[in-house]
Design a protein around this ligand. Structure first.
Ligand code: V47
Length: 345
């Protein structure tokens, strides 16, 4: 692509005044989405927190700091889906820890049960980190696991587990988990099956600005090849109850700059999600003027980030969510999981 911003130019954007940078990102956002802000009515389900891997940033998995292991039965999960279906949810986002004791069928057959009973609900499930774990633990190739996901009814893949692609940082924060190259390979293979996914970046911990730009560049390269990423989701690191020991939380200024830069760099990824769970609702609303055009959804319940300090355990009410978007000067548009518009609220 001509006139594309390169690594050095992207890094230099951090030196710009925040508001000027915001204007640059806002122009890109307006070009793509005008004043629409997308959201969906969804529910996160985290069926187990027992994990074979040890990520220093994670407060969710059962360990010394969170000695409360649990694994949901399929009946419990189906009860949750029945409840949210009544309330109009259109997506379940199912992400688990890497539990070595459940058996592969526990991970997979829940998707078929949901699709059989609620074919209209979109199942977004299994991060590349889970795919890698299942592949290693059950001695199957990535292709075999991905084929099983399609067969059992997974519609799209969430963007979790990407963390930071730089190998040194990754080794420090989550050694032993899916590598950067494997994470990208799994998404590439998923896209080759005609399926969509998201991509995240965990930032605000021990990484540098260079590492963030490198992360974005690797995403841009794969997206050029496949076009399979729906949204980029920068996740602001939450500091509590984990082993990373970061004393200084990242500033709002740096969060907004990073979002704005990602809007400029990722010229081939249509949507930039300000995930209010990790940025707070207020900053996510501000991020709408710094490139973000998506606020995820109502979520209803969330366990991974709230374990590390985020105020997201019970989601937000739909009416409140819509009012907040309107009052901040944007048009709330409900979307489905692959960004078809459903209704303007
Ligand atoms: O991969 C773990 C992150 C992710 C912490 O695809 C933390 O639509 C901050 O991926 N502070 C899971 N973050 C969540 C996720 C996600 C969320 C919303 C939407 C989508 C999507 C995906 O949470 C993990 C990890 O990077 N995480 N611990 C922490 N202390």
């Amino acid at each position: 692509m001509k006139n594309r911003i390169d690594f050095d130019e992207a890094l230099k954007l951090y030196d710009m005044d925040l508001l000027q940078l915001g204007e640059l990102a806002d122009a890109k956002r307006k070009e793509l989405h005008g004043d629409k802000t997308y959201f969906n009515i969804n529910r996160h389900i985290n069926p187990t927190n027992i994990c074979a891997d040890v990520c220093k940033f994670c407060a969710y998995s059962a360990n010394r700091k969170n000695p409360n292991p649990y694994t949901m039965s399929h009946e419990e999960i189906m009860q949750i889906v029945a409840d949210i279906d009544k309330r109009g949810a259109k997506e379940v986002h199912i992400v688990s820890a890497h539990n070595p004791d459940t058996g592969l069928d526990w991970y997979l057959s829940i998707f078929r049960k949901i699709k059989d009973a609620y074919p209209h609900i979109h199942v977004k499930a299994l991060t590349a980190a889970e795919v890698d774990f299942l592949s290693r633990h059950y001695n199957k190739s990535y292709d075999e696991i991905l084929d099983l996901m399609v067969e059992y009814g997974v519609d799209s893949m969430p963007g979790g587990g990407a963390e930071i692609f730089d190998e040194k940082v990754r080794d420090y924060i989550c050694k032993g988990k899916v590598t950067s190259q494997q994470w990208l390979e799994i998404h590439e293979k998923w896209h080759q099956r005609g399926k969509m996914s998201n991509v995240t970046m965990l930032f605000g911990h021990v990484e540098s600005r260079e590492h963030r730009i490198d992360h974005m560049m690797r995403i841009r390269e794969l997206q050029d090849k496949t076009g399979g990423f729906n949204a980029f989701i920068p996740l602001v690191y939450q500091t509590q109850n984990n082993y990373l020991n970061v004393k200084e939380p990242i500033t709002a200024n740096e969060i907004l700059k990073t979002m704005a830069i990602s809007r400029v760099v990722l010229d081939n990824v249509a949507n930039l999600k300000a995930y209010w769970v990790t940025s707070t609702v207020n900053l996510a609303l501000v991020a709408q003027e710094f490139g973000a055009n998506d606020l995820d959804g109502t979520i209803e319940k969330e366990s991974i980030n709230s374990a590390a300090g985020a105020k997201s355990a019970n989601g937000v009410e739909l009416e409140e969510f819509v009012a907040l978007i309107k009052n901040s000067g944007f048009r709330p548009v409900e979307r489905d999981s692959v960004y078809n518009e459903i209704r303007e609220w």
